[in-house]
Design a protein around this ligand. Structure first.
Ligand code: NAP
Length: 281
């Protein structure tokens, strides 16, 4: 039976460290690390994420501001807010909650954020830095996966790592981080032929697709480490991952549950990035 990688416990451990470091930072500098979160529109899931981010900031001793803008906000207004936050001395990290309403251009907004305050690491400047292995910020979800592996004593070096999913926010940076950690990395996607034959090669399998229970025992090598990034809502409202947990747990050596695996790490990594941004100022 696999070891369950407890994302809640690891996340709590890291947040305690961040709280302690924040206290030292405030004592030394006389101000707190500051995060501004911008949300446009009423998307209920985004509202929950933003509330959780603001609460997490408060718990570790950060200064935070939340800007709730109406759905009909014009591009120029959003741009002007980002410009103002770029100049604001109290703010070290800026996060614009995605997705934005359809009439707004996400790329334009992300390009406008000062790369030194880009705590989501979505600006092409930071994406490029990740590619060359010289980075200040890592995108929160892949960074969370790496922290889970590290704190569970799992070293990707020399291992066959397979990532399913090639999105810009999860799959691609995930593959790059495993490569930097000396894994031998394969990236799969919807056009991959005979996916199970590829995933069965994996010593470490990271799944970021967005389809409930997609990965069954037939896709996993006995003894593999299985990291489930997926977050899917079942018809009954319950959260579930991309991995069929009941089928895979008995054959894997370690596995992340959903909820309670990768999910709790994402905000923790956002806090980490904000502290890094404040320290670098
Ligand atoms: P996304 O942008 O929709 O990308 C999904 C990826 O999965 C794509 O690359 C797609 O391939 C691939 N895919 C889809 N169907 C497939 C199939 N049948 N076989 C193989 N590959 C397939 O999603 P995302 O933003 O990366 O998110 C992935 C999942 O992670 C979602 O469930 C999301 O909710 C979750 N997530 C969780 C967190 C967290 O904090 N835990 C954070 C972010 C995302 P193509 O490129 O060929 O279309």
């Amino acid at each position: 039976m696999a070891m369950r990688i407890d994302g809640k416990a690891i996340s709590a451990e890291i947040r305690t460290e961040i709280r302690e470091e924040t206290a030292s930072f405030i004592a030394a500098r006389g101000y707190a690390p500051g995060l501004a979160v911008v949300i446009v529109g009423e998307d209920p899931a985004s509202q929950v994420y933003v509330r959780n981010k603001a609460k997490a900031c408060e718990e570790v001793g950060f200064y935070s501001e939340v800007y709730r803008l109406p759905t009909e906000t014009a591009q120029e207004e959003l741009n002007a807010l980002v410009d103002r936050l770029n100049r604001d001395e109290k703010i070290h990290g800026i996060l614009v909650q995605l997705p934005l309403p359809k009439h707004l251009d996400e790329t334009e907004v992300l390009l406008r954020i000062d790369p030194a305050k880009d705590v989501d690491a979505f600006h092409p400047y930071n994406v490029g830095k990740i590619m060359i292995g010289d980075y200040d910020f890592l995108p929160c979800t892949p960074a969370g996966v790496m922290a889970l592996l590290e704190r569970s004593g799992i070293d990707p070096a020399g291992k066959k790592c397979v990532v399913i999913g090639r999105s810009n926010i999860v799959g691609k940076p995930m593959a790059m981080l495993l490569l930097h950690a000396n894994g031998t990395v394969t990236v799969c996607h919807s056009r991959t032929k005979d996916l199970p034959s590829v995933t069965r090669e994996a010593d470490i399998l990271v799944v970021a697709i967005g389809r409930a229970d997609f990965v069954g025992a037939d896709m996993v090598k006995p003894g593999a480490v299985v990291i489930d990034v997926g977050m899917n809502r079942r018809a009954d409202g319950k959260l579930t991952g991309d991995v069929d947990f009941a089928a895979v747990e008995p054959i894997a050596s370690a596995i992340t549950p959903v909820p309670g695996g990768v999910g709790p790490m994402t905000i923790t990594m956002l806090l980490q990035n904000t502290l890094t941004a404040a320290k670098k100022k």
